[in-house]
Design a protein around this ligand. Sequence first.
Ligand code: M6R
Length: 606
Amino acid sequence: MCGIIGYVGSENALPIIVKGLKKLEYRGYDSAGIALFGAAGFDVVKQKGTLSALEERLAGSTLSSFMGIGHTRWATHGEPSDINSHPHVGSKGRIAVVHNGIIENYRQLRERLTKRGIDFVSQTDSEVIPQLAEYYYDGDMLDTVVKVTNALGGSYALGFMCVDEPGTLIAVKKDNPLIIGVSEHGNFIASDVPAVLRHTNKVYYLDDAEIAVLTKDGVRFYNQDKDPVTKTPETVTWSVDSAEKGGWPHFMLKEIMEQPKIMRDTIRAAAEQAYLPNPGAAAGGLDVANFDKLVITACGSAYNAGVVAKYVFERLCRIPVEVELASEFRYKDPIVDERTLVILVSQSGETADTIAAMREAKSKGAVTLSIVNVVGSTISKEADHCLMTLAGPEIAVATTKAFSAQLVVLYTLAVGFAVRLGKLTPEQGQGMLEEIESLPEKTETILEQVDAIQKYASECIVYKSIFFIGRNIDYAIAMEGSLKLKEISYIHSEAYAGGELKHGTISLVEENTLVVAIGGCERLHGKIMSNIEQVISRGAKVLFIGNSREDDMGGKLSFVAIPKVNELFSPSLSVIVLQLFSYYVAANKGLDIDKPRNLAKSVTVE
Ligand code: M6R
């Protein structure tokens, strides 16, 4: 969590840093701050609250500098407050630092430095970094950064400025993302590409332990022995507009509406990477015939995509699939070996638990395949094989388009695997691929129903709790519907397998409980309708998302139609309704949809 940015160049750093922070705000929004290199030390402005509070503090500011660093915080150690905000400056006022990550040995370091007479002012783990840097500094900042990083335990992406080395910005990282952007007018460090996109699309992806030394004229890279390292910049294909709201009230709505396009782009690429010319051969020549089982591991919505995919892989490929929360997988001593394919699903490619799960799987000899949206991210680089989702930058904390892109990659892969394993003929595989290719157009017809969904959702803000039910693959997507609703609307919700209701949960259903029932699975239509009757007869109201309905059950059943498609791919259609429903419930409650409380988009700490 937390977003960091730094700039050194020929333009005024202040507006560049503030605008860059806006693009990183999805990473944390408890507080924000900047430090500019000034004539007499650093000019530091820090403010509790969202970035707009910092902007208000800075309104009319005449501050100006050729170099500065900025930070937007998701608090881990120490409450959100002005003093705990970054940048942190050592007590001599010589070194300023922004940090994303967690310093696990900060107590020991703090105790050691305190014994040497150094006074700490904040409750954060991060403050030990500038204090330690000032303690070590003897005229060579590169050397100081090496010493500091040798002393730090935990994870970090760091930006340093030193009063004694004007015009030099230093960056280093371990287990947290950091990119270096190079432009005509100056150079950048940033947690993510959108922060620099309006200035450049040329970026370097910093690797762990590499140190970048930036001046206005260029960037040099070093290893921990201070030997120069040669790196090649990459060209980012994301457009500037893709990271802008472009007239939409929220990024989430914009991203929901972008789904037909990103599905088309991703299906095309996935078909090329994972289907044609060799079905089932993902980048690098992966062969599914080498595996006895698949394990899919991920967090949050990416985990839900994995649960959907389990149904698809098992049905089409007849191969056992386990789906594990990455935070559990990493500590369970998982039973995987070289005959296991472990699939990591992640939008950011930087989720700490998913990275740890990947490393655990690799250490046990499993083959890893990642499905990732962010180019150059840790998971995309470290996994043995990688398939990219082409969702473009996703800014809203609640994922929508990246989730949809993950689903279509997983479907395409499953069809490819099934053909490779001889469970589908090439003709059947082609037919399945055509079904997947029909999803973007069918999604468009759902998006046309936005007004009706909005109207229905506006009446649902009164509920304290909402249940989501489905059977089989519809249960998997019910989990995503429930997560989406709770994270942005703060309404309690749970997802249940329809058949499980009678084993306990139905006791929660009472007069006017709302149950959202999903029925994309035509084969089980009768079963979900029975569940609907059961809850309605106990007083519930139901929103049914399916292909058809017989009657409105005395006005108790509302209905949103989704087009027919092979049931294995129907989650891609039901989820669009679920996303719009959640969005409009939250919008009607007047909530800050793109930045839900307590959450950050990219969970780079444990
Ligand atoms: O970047 P990742 O896909 O690895 O992130 C995983 C989860 O943190 C993420 O899906 C989270 O659950 C979203 N906020 C859900 O909308």
